[in-house]
Design a protein around this ligand. Structure first.
Ligand code: KG4
Ligand code: ZN
Length: 336
């Protein structure tokens, strides 16, 4: 009978984003105001600047999202907001804003874990997605393998012990002078390079482990660059980028296949900013085809931070009547 419209709000890092999602499947509007240009000159996100930018933009981003959906607050069933993990100042802007809007509209507030949000981006482009499923979540701050048995029912099988995949990509890109955020620049540079020009290490850890470690490969690349610099040699940036990307993708693919073997999960999904990587998508497409595993991933815009994925996670929270309390707080270190 009545449509369930959820407004999703995301402000955990450097994007101010809001989206209106109808019945968990129709994305009626999606606004992303990116601060990348502002932070680019510092080579990374400056937290204090990020929270100020969120304060400046949140209200207009939400208004634009509502206008795009031809709605008013009264048409919404609930408001979903990221409350962690992320930068505390940035999270607080979204949480305080969402609370005020939901309270004034007399509708439920839905508190969303940003990492769950990333995974739920998969339900936006495929609402028929079936459990059980395995998710490879790879972002700027996290690298997780998660086994889902149902909505909100999951088990973390492995996670990174040091750097996240995206973090390693960003740091190497910065040293190569490629730009921020590094992932897309590494991917672009790698297109012109030889992925076997350098043999960078692949940390597999103990046999059977589903954990990751990317600080070793990052250091190996940085050492290669430093020693070339000291010898006055020039490196082929494209070859370094291609070999480094290959090393990261190799480990992600091998660990994901091991997790598929262990769980016998019939479906694999990708999530997080690094899930936009074309090499990772291609390698996993081939590997899952060979094994008869269903594989899907969101379009790039739904891989990086966005409000639509928060609305998607919020929709299932709303169905479960799992509302957030009015004293919901930001939790910067929230995990899965
Ligand atoms: O999920 P996300 O937008 O923010 C976090 O929650 O961290 O992920 C950002 C990360 C950055 O490290 C960025 O370099 C990486 O995702 N990234 C990529 C690509 N696009 C973004 N990494 C590899 N290939 C890409 N095409
Ligand atoms: Zn994210």
């Amino acid at each position: 009978n009545k449509d369930i419209n959820i407004l999703g709000i995301e402000t955990s890092c450097d994007e101010t984003s809001a989206a209106v999602l109808r019945n968990g499947r129709d994305l009626l509007s999606h606004i992303i105001s990116s601060q990348i240009k502002t932070h680019q000159k510092y080579g990374g996100v400056v937290p204090e600047v990020a929270s100020r930018e969120h304060i400046l933009h949140l209200q207009s981003v939400v208004e634009e999202a509502l206008q795009g959906a031809k709605m008013e607050f009264g048409d919404l069933a609930g408001i979903a907001v990221t409350y962690g993990p992320g930068l505390v100042g940035s999270l607080l802007v979204g949480v305080a804003g969402a609370k005020a809007m939901a309270y004034a509209a007399g509708i439920p507030l839905l508190g969303i874990n940003h990492l769950e949000g990333h995974i739920y981006a998969n339900f936006l482009h495929d609402p028929e997605l079936k459990f059980p499923l395995l998710a490879l979540l790879v972002s700027g701050g996290h690298s997780h393998l998660v086994h889902f048995e149902g909505h909100g029912k999951y088990q973390v099988l492995g996670h990174t012990r040091d750097d996240a995949a995206g973090e390693a990509l960003d740091k190497v890109a910065r040293t190569l002078g490629l730009g921020y955020p590094g992932g897309p620049y590494i991917q672009k540079a790698a297109l012109e390079g030889d992925p076997h020009a350098y043999e960078f290490p692949r940390a597999m850890l103990e046999p059977g482990s589903l954990d990751f470690s990317f600080s070793g490969v990052k250091s190996a690349v940085l050492n290669t660059l430093n020693s070339a610099r000291m010898k006055g040699e020039t490196v082929n940036v494209a070859d370094v980028a291609a070999s480094f990307q290959e090393a990261i993708v190799d480990v992600l693919v091998r660990k994901t296949l091991l997790a598929l073997e262990k769980t016998k999960a019939p479906t694999l999904v990708l999530a997080g900013g690094v899930a936009a990587n074309t090499s990772l998508r291609k390698r996993l497409t081939e590997a899952t085809q060979k094994r008869g595993v269903a594989f899907s991933y969101p379009p790039p815009v739904l891989c990086t931070d966005n409000g639509a994925m928060i609305a998607a996670a919020g929709y299932y929270r709303y169905l479960a009547k799992d509302y957030a309390p009015w004293n919901l707080n930001a939790i910067p270190g929230l995990n899965l």
